[in-house]
Design a protein around this ligand. Structure first.
Ligand code: GLY
Length: 386
């Protein structure tokens, strides 16, 4: 395919926080970058609560993902400061810590096991009695039986983050095409750009597919390279803490209630985010009475005073789930095509490290050690030499 002199070096498909951070970091390294998305700054981050929960969302068998999550969490302070400087806007990064609590004997046993796993993994986490939990957060229900205090699990405001990334990309010279990418262009044996929904083509030396849960649907991507991502629906509520009720909560409070995760994330602005359901319902993003009811019921068991607060927004988003709950980062078996998708529950947390990994690989380097287990090639049925 012949390229015009103004053709970009990199085409990023998808303008959620992952696509934006990739575009920003690549542009900072001097690459000419075009990003295609009808609504850049949208995507799952518009719904997400923004917990940076490397420690409180630890799961058995996910040690490699823990290392990546911790790597990204460690990058957050400098990343947020640099992004705020580049964009001139806040990100809402807040070092507030997290308290994971237990409401009954089963929850308590589960939390004790999580605590053991955290300590065996060398993480900072302190066991508190119910009384100590309530001393930290007086709005907690009297029935709280104990909890884990994790001072290192912070939060960011994903809407502010997306908006800051958008501005930083614009200031950094990223060109935006407000269109869906309809089909990957493959020329010879390599990715060479994309056909957009308006019928125009963008040619580029390298293409990054960062379309969140939609990444597995791009036409033209060879079957063995197509990322195995699926949408996992999450319903999320937003409430407001009126000044008369403040301080309502001073840190993120979370629990597993009847087997479902519930978390309350308080922002300095007075917003209180309550999430989230986890539903395998394809592309459905309906907010249901049942979803809202269950979130409010579970949140009310943790913090009874929540029923006094104005409910200002209900929304559903789609997490990009992958077969091992971990992201796909870097080169695929198709030369010129890279992936940055499959971040599942950790997209906001993994934004800083994803930007670094993708920019390094786009520049011809190798991913850092923490990202190597997350090569997209782990899902390829057939290796094609790069
Ligand atoms: N990380 C929180 C969620 O995906 O619900």
């Amino acid at each position: 395919m012949s390229r015009t002199p103004t053709a970009p070096d990199v085409l990023v498909i998808g303008g959620g926080v992952i696509g934006l951070v990739t575009a920003w970091r690549a542009a900072q390294r001097g690459m000419r970058v075009t990003l295609a998305d009808p609504d850049p700054g949208g995507g799952a981050a518009r719904v997400a609560a923004g917990m940076l929960a490397a420690v409180t969302e630890l799961h058995y068998g996910e040690q490699a993902l823990l290392a990546l999550n911790l790597d990204s969490a460690r990058r957050y302070p400098a990343f947020a400061a640099e992004l705020e400087e580049a964009s001139g806007t806040p990100t809402g990064y807040r070092r507030c810590g997290t308290l994971a609590v237990a409401l009954d004997a089963d929850d308590r046993a589960h939390l004790r096991e999580l605590h053991d796993l955290q300590l065996r993994s060398g993480l900072d986490s302190a066991w508190l009695s119910g009384r100590e939990c309530r001393r930290l957060e007086p709005m907690l229900a009297p029935g709280v039986r104990g909890g884990l205090r994790v001072d290192g699990d912070h939060q960011v405001d994903p809407r502010l983050l997306a908006s800051a990334l958008l501005t930083a990309c614009r200031r950094g010279g990223v060109e935006f095409r407000r269109e869906w990418a309809r089909e990957l262009t493959v020329s010879g044996d390599r990715a060479a750009g994309a056909l957009l929904a308006d019928g125009s083509r963008v040619s580029a030396d390298q293409v990054v597919l960062a379309g969140g849960s939609l990444s597995g649907r791009l036409a033209g991507v060879p079957r063995d390279v197509l990322p195995p991502v699926r949408p996992v629906k999450g319903q999320v509520l937003r409430l407001t803490v009126p000044p008369a009720f403040a301080p309502f909560l001073s840190r993120t409070v979370r629990a597993v209630v009847r087997g479902s995760q519930v978390y309350l994330v308080p922002r300095e602005s007075g917003e209180l985010v309550v999430g989230a359901t986890s539903e395998e319902l394809g592309w459905d993003t309906t907010v249901t009475a049942g979803g809202v009811y269950e979130l409010l019921r579970d949140a009310h068991e943790l913090v009874p005073g929540i029923t006094e607060l104005p409910l200002v927004e209900t929304r559903a988003g789609l997490r990009p789930g992958s077969p091992d709950n971990a992201p796909l980062l870097g080169r695929t078996a198709l030369p010129g095509l890279l992936l940055a998708t499959g971040h599942y529950r950790n997209g906001v947390l993994l934004t800083p490290v994803t930007g670094e990994v993708l920019a390094e690989v786009l520049a011809g380097g190798e991913p850092p050690a923490t990202a190597r287990p997350f090569s997209p090639r782990r899902f390829s049925r057939q290796e094609v030499p790069a």
